[in-house]
Structures are given as structure tokens and as C-alpha cells.
Design a protein around this ligand. Sequence first.
Ligand code: FMN
Length: 678
Amino acid sequence: MGRDEHLATLQTLGLSTPSAYRDAAFSRNIGLLSPGEQERLARARVAIPGMGGVGGVHLINLVRTGIGCFSLADFDRFDPVNVNRQFGARVPAFGRPKLEVMIEEALSINPFLDIAPYPAGLTPQNLEVFLTGVDVVLDGLDFFQFDIRRALFNTARAMGIPVITAGPMGYSSALLVFSPQGMGFDQYFDISDGMADEQKYLRFAMGLAPRPTHIRYMDLTRVDLKGGKGPSLNIACQLCSSLAATEAVRIILGKPGLEPVPHFTQFDPFLKIYRQGCLRRGNRSLVQRAKLWYVQNVLLKSAAKARVDVAEPPRIAAAELRGLPEAEADYLLRAAVQAPSGDNVQPWGFRTTDSSVDLLLNPDVDTSFFNVRQVASIISCGAAMENIRLASLALGMDAAVDLLPDPGQQNLMARIRLQPGSPAPDSLAQHIWARCTNRRPYSRLPIPEWVQADLQDRIQDVPEAQLHLLADRPQLRKLARLVYMADRIRTEHRGLHEHLNSMIRFSDMEARQTRDGFPLGNLEAGPAGEVFLRLTRPWPVMRAVNAVGLGRMVAMHSAQGILASGAAGMVVVSGLEPRDFLRGGQALQRVWLALTHHGLQMQPMAAIPLFWLRWLWEGPQSFSPGHQKLLEKVWGGFKALFPGADFNTQGLVMLFRTGYGPGIRHRTLRREVRDFMR
Ligand SMILES: Cc1cc2nc3c(=O)[nH]c(=O)nc-3n(C[C@H](O)[C@H](O)[C@H](O)COP(=O)(O)O)c2cc1C
């Protein structure tokens, strides 16, 4: 329906003139706005460049407030990725120009609107015409459209027009008003010609929200300054519009209380924080410069180290698949190597045929005390196997898994047979690339019951496995004590100490060269802990440190990890054979991916289960007498915490801690797929 149909409808209601409609449509504004003010608003012209998340809501908000004239610009079309926050993004609008859709929306609210459309978007050529006759501008430009935004603000200033900008930041909104008499855009944000794009974005963001509350909860690895993408919520867009529209009304009606730049306002309803302040020198102030340095050199650099490297699936219709083409095989194996492994040793090998992938164990990369009978590596193979299965479902292939099809070929773990099909996709597949080990403290917030139920559901795909969860605080305190005792052995056992140290990559260059082990930052030991790790590399130093009891700080750190968690969990399987641990690894991976799906962090705590298996298989004498005593206490306490598990007949696959918390700052790397081909 267009303007004419709307006007015809109004005629039938006896509202055929603008003033008659205004009196009816905006009558409930009266009391907050006078009839005279309402008339003034009807004559006012507001310019909104950008009809996306913020601009679209600005328009609708102001139409309902009674603004009568608009100048609107947008060149883009609606797309499904706009749905989360853009007013006009609805299924019937996909593929249609945003400007056209939003004008229809606006006219359906007030068919008497006077709208000047700019379908080519805002350009340096049409800027002046766009701004002519305008009372106030509401900035609806995309965050990353920097140069045209700068030109808009500077031209508006020269033409004596105020500009309001409100930016969604996390759950919050930041608001700035630029009046022609106040500080200018370049001066406030400290922008100059020839500055790199990333610098401009950063200065704009930091000037807009000088107290960046959202940094506390936003996953910065999702901010891609180069690619021009970042997280954005509808909640925040709506808030932006309320703040900006209030200032627009204030300006048009000349109401008191205007506080232009360098004053700023921020409201974060998630953290319940309202901030107002004044940056007399804008981004040039010392404090702002220090913050800019910190965000650029610390936060964003570390976010880059934590960025997820997602492989794009090859675009080929399942029906066209013949055998296993190279691109598909490569994708499946890149998914496989994203699996976790003890100390990131990556203990797998692959062989592909035209319809299957063979998964092999490489027993040589981990011969450590931990890896009793290669169990840790077999668990890792199980996780890699699950990744291949999930990735093949995502490619539209049916995957049938045969465990250890040929016991004669010792290191063959599984054969995954693939064929074109129409399998139901599994939502866990999308998390293969983001799943990680997080060794930071988490919040103690409990895990909601529905999430716990979902984890139980996901593990049922591996019927041999069970998940035991521990969420009760006194029980977690008991577990922390047990973890402390078992983890003491990590620093007191020479073989374990030396193996761990051989897997720590003390410089970024070393990490990039080997592409295995842990980059030092991944261990989250903190500056003092990193010095400790560097100094105690040689065993004689570690032994001396142990002698004075300082080695126990490492175990204390692990115990504190359990306390700084929402829950602990243990995955067990029904038997103690290698095939059981393969299934166990598969189940562990499903739980881990499901935790990622729910935004939960996770850290395996492998010492207790792996020491138990060594105790069971190799006998207590494989530990020193002192450690035997320690472990006897651990077994008693541990069995009491997990009465549902049978320690002698079931395989303990993994103990882990989990909870809500900040993301990791430093990812581990993986070797190239070709390094694993056999
Ligand atoms: C069998 C196994 C045992 C592990 N044990 C521990 C552990 O005791 N403590 C820990 O912090 N991480 C442990 N991890 C996590 C690995 O160190 C981690 O998966 C690996 O470094 C790769 O990093 P990512 O998980 O971030 O991809 C273990 C992982 C596996 C598969």
C-alpha cells in the first residue's frame, strides 16, 4: 500500500487534512509537548543518512513524535544479516532497497510526511543539497563509513546545522551532540587527513564512548576493524534512538539542557551505569591518549591473538559430490585438527581415499608420563573424529564411523566413510573453530538447569558415555582441594615438568614456527607467573623451588581455577579399552562444543583422571612413595564426589571446570593438514 491508499483510508475516517490527522495521531504526546510544539515539529526537517540499525529506528521514532519533513539517504538493500537490529529488515524486505522500505514504513504511520529521498546514499557530491533546509541531522551511518561521516559533520557545521550521533556499543548507547558553535568533529576526535582507517575507527569509538563499559562484556575477538564488522544489538539501537531523538526535539524546540561536545553521555542498562562527562580536549586529552594507546596496543592486539580462524566450507552442492573431492577432504581435515589435544601435541595422522578418511594415532609426539598407554592421545583422536563427522554433516555428507576396523594396523583408530546424503545438520559443527581451552578465572554464576539438560542431551549421541556435573559450592571446594593435591605432582615429577616445558612456546616466533604446544600467553599465568615459568624451566631450579614449597603455587592456581568456576564436570565411558577412550574423546568434544554453543568457558583438568588410569594399569609403584600417599587421599575424596561413576570398570575420560567468563586472549595454533598426511 502506498501513500494514496493511506490517504484514502484517512479520508474515510474524516482525517483528510494534515492538521486533522496530527491532532488525532499525536494527541497522546500532549502533556509532554504542547499543541504549538507539535505544530513546530510538523514543520521541522530532520536529515537521517543511513536507514540501517540506528537510522531506521531514528526515523520511526521521530515520525511517531510528529516530525513532518525528512531528508533520507541510503544506497543499500536489506539482507538476512540485518534482521537482529534493523527496523525494516523483515523477510518480505530482503533484497529491497532500505530507503524504499523505510519510506513505506514511515508513510504508513504518517502519509502526510514530506520526504526527500537520496537513493544513491550520501556522497560528497550531494552533501550540500541533502543538508539544505535541514534543522538537525541524526547520524545513521554505518560505524565503518568514516570518510563520508567526517564530511557530513564538517559540512553541517559550516552550514550551521547541529548533528547528533548516538552509537550502539554492546548493550549501551553513547551520545554526542555537535553544535555549530561548539567543538568540531576533527578537533574532538583528533582526526587528520591521511590517518589509517583503523586509527580513525578507533578514535571515533573512543571519543564516542570515552568510558567504554561494553569492553567488560563484549567479545573483542568478534570486532573486525579491517573487515568493517562488529557485534551490535537491537536493544542498543533502540536506546540510541531514544537518546538521539530526545536531543533532536530539544534542539528543534529550543528547550533547555543542550550539552554539546565536548560533553558526552553514556548509558549502559546491562551494567546499570549512566555516565556524563566533559572531555575538554577531546581525544587529545592525556587520559584519552593513554586509553587509545591501551586499546590499540594491548586490547586489540591480544584480541587478534585470540581471533578464530574459521575455514569456509567449499561451496558444492551435496548432490554433485562424487567421492571425496580434494577441497572437501581438506575442509574435513582442517576441522579435524582443530580438536584439542594434551599440551597441543596434535597426535593424529590422516589417510584419505575417494570415499573415506582414516584417522591414525601418532604415538611418537607424546610419550610423557601423563599419556599412560596413549590414552590422552586416543581421547584427542576421538575429538578429531567427532570434528570430521560434524564437518561432513555440515557439507551435506553422511558419515559412518568404524572404530579400529583393522586391529592389525596398530595405529589406525577409525575409518570415517562418507557418502552424499541429506543428513540433519548438527548445530555443534559451527563451534569447531571457536572451541578452546580457557585458563582464566570464570564467574561463579551457576549454570542454568536448561543448559545442564542440553549438555546431557548432546552427550547422548555417544551412548557409551556419561556426563557427571558438580555445581554445589561445598562440593566444588572439596574438588579444589583434591585438584591441588594431584596437581602438586605436575611440578614435583621431573618427566612431567620437562614435558610441559618442552611444549611451552616462550616467544611468538617459536609458536609460529612449531605451530604446536602453548604460546606462553595461552597459559594465562599473568606477568609474575610467566617469570616463574621462565625461571623454573631447568629441572634443578624447579626442584630447588619445590624444596622450599614454592612449587605448590602452581597447584594452588589450579585449585583456584575450580573455585573460580560455575561448575565442574566429568566425562566417563563404559569401558577401559582404546575404543572406549576414542568414544570418550568424541563425547568430550560434544560436551565442549555444546559448552561453547552456550557461551560457557571450559578448561580440562586432566591430572586426576590420567593419574588414576596410571594407578589402575601400571600400579601405585609408578608414583613415588610420597605421591602415593597423596593420591590415596585424592582417590577417596574423588570417588565420594562422583558416586555415580564406577572407577574400576568405567574409563575416566576428563575432569573439567566450566562457567561464564571473559574469552581467551591467546589462541593455540595448529600445524598444516599436509603435515599429518600418511
Ligand atoms: C586429553 C587432554 C588433556 C588435557 N589436559 C589439560 C589439563 O590438564 N590442563 C589444561 O589446562 N588443559 C588441558 N588440555 C587442553 C589442551 O592443552 C588444549 O586442548 C590444547 O592446548 C589445544 O588448545 P585449545 O583447546 O585451546 O584448542 C587437555 C586436552 C586434552 C585433549
